[in-house]
Design a protein. Structure first.
Length: 135
């Protein structure tokens, strides 16, 4: 194949053929609405975040659009760690980079991986969000 064809293939791997989200299972999926409400209440995601976007992220559904993360990148790192603890995925950073945006911009895997220093206040808020999966 020529370079143009190879570039086309690389492009197709982008947002249109997106990474499959986390597959948490039915018990957790039932709690997605509560998790979304909590994420909005704590100002971690944009108020216009659609339920279906988050639902698909947690059940391996079809990617619809990026979820705008409005908290710090460190709080996103912590949130992904906590979600990943529910049902581990080796691709957690790839999933986070593919499904979330920050300040309407792409977030790289490296940015998410390297932003580990989350404030204790944000940790507590993320923990409250994650508790919604169990309530």
């Amino acid at each position: 194949p020529n370079n143009l064809e190879m570039n086309k293939d690389l492009k197709d791997v982008g947002t249109s053929k997106i990474t499959i989200g986390f597959i948490l299972g039915k018990d957790y999926n039932k709690k997605t609405r509560d998790v979304l409400d909590s994420l909005k209440d704590h100002k971690f995601v944009s108020d216009d975040t659609k339920f279906l976007s988050l639902k698909n992220l947690f059940n391996g559904g079809k990617f619809l659009n990026k979820i705008e993360w409005t908290g710090s990148i460190a709080s996103l790192h912590y949130f992904i760690e906590k979600v990943n603890n529910l049902k581990p995925s080796r691709d957690k950073w790839k999933v986070a980079s593919a499904w979330f945006s920050f300040k309407k911009e792409e977030i790289t895997i490296t940015q998410i991986q390297n932003n580990k220093t989350v404030s204790s206040k944000d940790k507590k808020k993320v923990d409250e969000v994650i508790k919604k999966f169990h309530s």
